[in-house]
Design a protein around this ligand. Structure first.
Ligand code: ADP
Ligand code: MG
Length: 794
């Protein structure tokens, strides 16, 4: 057992503007516990009464200033936790701080660069690397990804996520067993055999989270995300399995609202916007108070899920993310205060070992067989097959040692098998005959002894029968228990294949209890759902969904999308990543070619060495001299060349592997960015359509006209008409996308405006003669013009 307080770290986010002087300082003189001093700016401090402090000092295990890289964060914070998880302990890392302070950046990573990878991808990479190195143990890794929003849990890896909104998904609920262990119903566990598969799951979850988010729910700042790596390991042949869980938690923004009526004072008591965080604080206060008997874990879903991580069986680490700008001072102080309380919590991490049910069954089967043998004696049901040679030999050895034993109390233990007992008698008889030491008197004496022992035997028989009855009952109970467990596992299997909406994996038990399968064969025995929702299935369905969206688009909409994409702020990132990806691809290709070359070079060198060796031997034989004792210089040269090439091969291979991970990561980043782009386009399109309806007097008067982009036929019709029947410029009368930050908006709007305004007034567009279509076109053009004009004056 390892007792440890929760480790607290602080990370300061780089400020956008030049670092504001004098807001904070880090005192690392005292090496062990560095101090973070937050200095209240004069203008803010002035408002306080005289006894208010002007600076606040907080101790942390380590403080990472603005320049700290993601690599440094991983090495210092996550790696030690990952190591203890690999050793079999539970671990948790959670990021706490106000919205925008860098929680997601720290836990998951930035969406732009490969070097911005956060704790989750780096930890996955590290764990899989370590597992690969340790071939003496059988490992299994499962991933789950839970989002808690408004006190409800959602499975971010639920395959239905893509098709439904958050509210339509089955909720993840908490079940507590009699031992007070928490199980999560409807949270799926996905086996990940490689880093790549695990990474795919992370991106899938993040993409699902993004898709489900709406401006109304702002899930990303108000929800908590718990990415869990479940590790199981077992030594071959050993009966114990180790389970360890690593929770990587991105909490909701910790911003508070100052209590009303206190005159808006800073640093006074404030309430969380997020209720779960309020309950988290309550649990933390309760845990940090000595002798507090009741800890209110049950008050919220998050504290229930993280119960072990808070004052339980876990090694827990907190990262306080701080955005130390003047306007965030009060929130930063709150975050630090929270961290100081968290640092008081003591956890006790224990190794989570469990007996392998498969070996338990073997043991029980053996016991059952022994008891059956015993039972057979009393029921008269005898085994008839002959004893094997090995059994006979063993019996003879037992008899010899029994006869040699001088102890009068010694016994000949051959069990209850009558065949063995008979054989012993025969053998003894044979020995007696052989030695001719038997006499009638002795025999009759023995018979007399036997007679007088008869009542005693009767008693013993009764005693044995009672014991047997007891054992029999015990076995029956155990067998029933086993049957029940097996049935439960089968039911779960059956249910999940019958009804995919039922997901019954318990979070804390990646292996269904009583499942006798070997760990390595688990995927095939695990509920079907795990296979159905395999990572690759996800990836392709994700892509399919994206392409599906494009296929549904009308021509006009596609064109609008192209422009939207071109002018979107993210397009630079996507383009950059595309370039990097291209570069990495060609690097990988070149490296692959070099590897192949080196491989054939190695083959050639080996061949040469063998030939040289044979030549030397042949030379020795033909000249009838022994092998020269002097080392062959040429062969040595070849060998050192071979070693060199092998080293090169290894280095290049490692590099190629790293490149592969980077390529995969970049691809996922791009996929995610594309989905985001599409989602924003959809939102913008709908918004434009609505404003078109509201703003256009023409449309208002034409109540029979359908809202502009609602039906694909109508969009197609309109854009086609604009393309075919009006002038070429009319093609450009598409909504000008402007999801660019306001600072850049002005320029881009004016440039897009130039190209968007039709040369001819709308009224001069040749009409079709069909009054409805004509009014549609007119309405559309008028609406566009009014929007464009509005943008122009913005
Ligand atoms: P939170 O999850 O706490 O709301 P984010 O992680 O989304 O905050 O961070 C907000 C913005 O700041 C993001 O654009 C992110 O890329 C950026 N950011 C946060 N921390 C850092 C950092 N340490 N280095 C560079 N950029 C950062
Ligand atoms: Mg976030």
């Amino acid at each position: 057992m390892v007792k440890q307080t929760i480790q607290i770290f602080a990370r300061v986010k780089p400020t956008v503007r030049k670092q504001q002087q004098g807001i904070y300082s880090i005192d690392e003189d005292e090496k062990l516990t560095p101090n973070l001093e937050i200095i209240l700016p004069r203008d803010l401090a002035d408002g306080f009464v005289n006894n208010k402090r002007e600076s606040y000092k907080f101790k942390f295990q380590k403080i990472f200033d603005q320049g700290a890289s993601q690599e440094t964060i991983f090495e210092n914070i996550a790696k030690p936790v990952a190591e203890s998880v690999l050793a079999g302990y539970n671990g948790t890392i959670f990021a706490y701080g106000q919205t925008g302070s860098g929680k997601t950046f720290t836990i998951t990573g930035g969406a732009e660069r490969y070097s911005d990878r956060g704790i989750i991808p780096r930890t996955l990479s590290y764990i899989f690397e370590q597992l690969q190195k340790d071939s003496s143990t059988i490992h299994t890794t499962h991933i789950s990804y839970l989002e808690i929003y408004n006190e409800c849990g959602y499975d971010l890896l639920d395959p239905r996520h893509e098709a439904s909104s958050l509210e339509d998904l089955p909720k993840v609920t908490i079940l507590e067993d009699p031992d007070q262990n928490i199980h999560l119903k409807n949270l799926s566990l996905h086996q990940a055999a490689t880093e790549e598969e695990a990474l795919n799951l992370l991106f899938l979850g993040d993409t699902n989270r993004m898709i489900a988010e709406t401006p109304m729910n702002q899930a990303s700042t108000r929800s908590h995300c718990i990415f869990t790596i479940h590790l199981s390991s077992k030594e071959p042949g050993s009966a114990t399995v180790r389970h360890a869980k690593l929770h990587l938690v991105d909490l909701a923004g910790s911003e508070r609202v100052a209590k009303t009526g206190v005159g808006g004072q800073l640093l006074t008591e404030a309430k969380y916007i997020n209720l779960s965080l309020h309950y988290l604080e309550q649990v933390i206060i309760a845990l940090s108070e000595k002798h507090r008997a009741h800890i209110p874990y049950r008050n919220s879903m998050m504290t229930s899920v993280l119960r072990d991580s808070l004052g339980g069986n876990c090694m827990t680490t907190m990262i306080a993310t701080l955005s130390l700008e003047k306007r965030n001072i009060d929130e930063s102080i709150s975050t630090c205060r929270f961290a100081q309380r968290v640092a008081l919590i003591k956890n006790e991490a224990v190794l989570n070992e469990e007996i392998d049910p498969r070996l338990m069954i073997i043991r029980l089967q053996k016991e059952i067989q022994e008891l059956k043998d015993e039972l057979a004696i009393f029921t008269g049901e005898q085994r008839t097959e002959a004893l094997t040679d090995a059994e006979l030999l063993q019996l003879e050895k037992l008899i010899t040692s029994f006869l040699d034993d001088q102890d009068p109390e010694s016994r000949l233990e051959v069990g209850t098998d009558m065949r063995k007992i008979h054989h012993c008698f025969h053998h003894l008889k044979k020995l007696l005959n052989d030695k001719k030491i038997h006499g009638k008197s002795t025999v009759s004496c023995e018979i007399k002894d036997q007679d007088c022992q008869e009542p005693l035997k009767e008693e013993e028989y009764k005693k044995l029968r009672d014991i047997l009855q007891q054992r029999d009952n015990e076995i029956n109970i155990l067998v029933n228990m086993l049957k029940k467990e097996k049935k439960k596992a089968q039911d779960a299997l059956h249910l999940s294949s019958m009804d995919r909406s039922e997901c019954r994996h318990s979070q804390s038990l990646p292996f269904p209890p009583g499942n006798p399968e070997d760990l390595r064969t688990l995927p095939s025995s695990a509920p079907k759902q795990i296979q159905d929702v395999s990572t690759f299935g996800y990836r392709s369905s994700l892509l399919h969904r994206k392409t599906g969206m494009r296929e549904e688009m009308s021509l006009g909409r596609q064109e609008a999308f192209e422009i939207f994409k071109r002018d979107h702020a993210d397009s630079v990132t996507i383009e950059d990543n595309k370039q990097i990806l291209k570069q990495r691809f060609s690097e990988a290709k070149a490296l692959g070619e070099s590897i192949n070359e080196t491989r054939s070079k190695i083959g050639r060198l080996k061949e040469e060495i063998t030939q040289r060796h044979m030549q030397q031997v042949a030379l020795g034989i033909s000249e009838n001299i022994a092998m020269p004792s002097m080392p062959d210089l040429l062969e040595e040269k070849l060998r050192s060349q071979l070693e060199e090439e092998k080293r090169r091969y290894k280095t290049m291979f490692t590099h190629l592997k790293a490149l592969k991970v980077e390529i995969e990561h970049l691809q996922l980043l791009m996929d995610k960015a594309k989905v985001k782009l599409q989602k924003e386009f959809e939102a913008w399109w709908t918004e434009e359509a609505t404003s078109l309806q509201v703003n256009s007097p023409a449309l208002n008067s034409l109540s029979h006209v359908k809202p502009f982009p609602q039906t694909p036929e109508f969009q197609q019709e309109t854009s086609q008409l604009l393309f075919n029947k009006s002038n070429v410029n009319a093609r450009k009368i598409l909504p000008s996308p402007s999801p660019i930050p306001p600072s850049q908006e002005h320029n881009s709007t004016s440039t897009s405006l130039e190209s968007s305004v039709p040369e001819r007034p709308a009224s001069s567009v040749p009409l079709t003669g069909d009054s409805q279509t004509d009014s549609d076109i007119l309405a559309f053009i008028k609406a566009r013009q009014s929007i464009l004009q509005k943008k122009c004056f913005q």
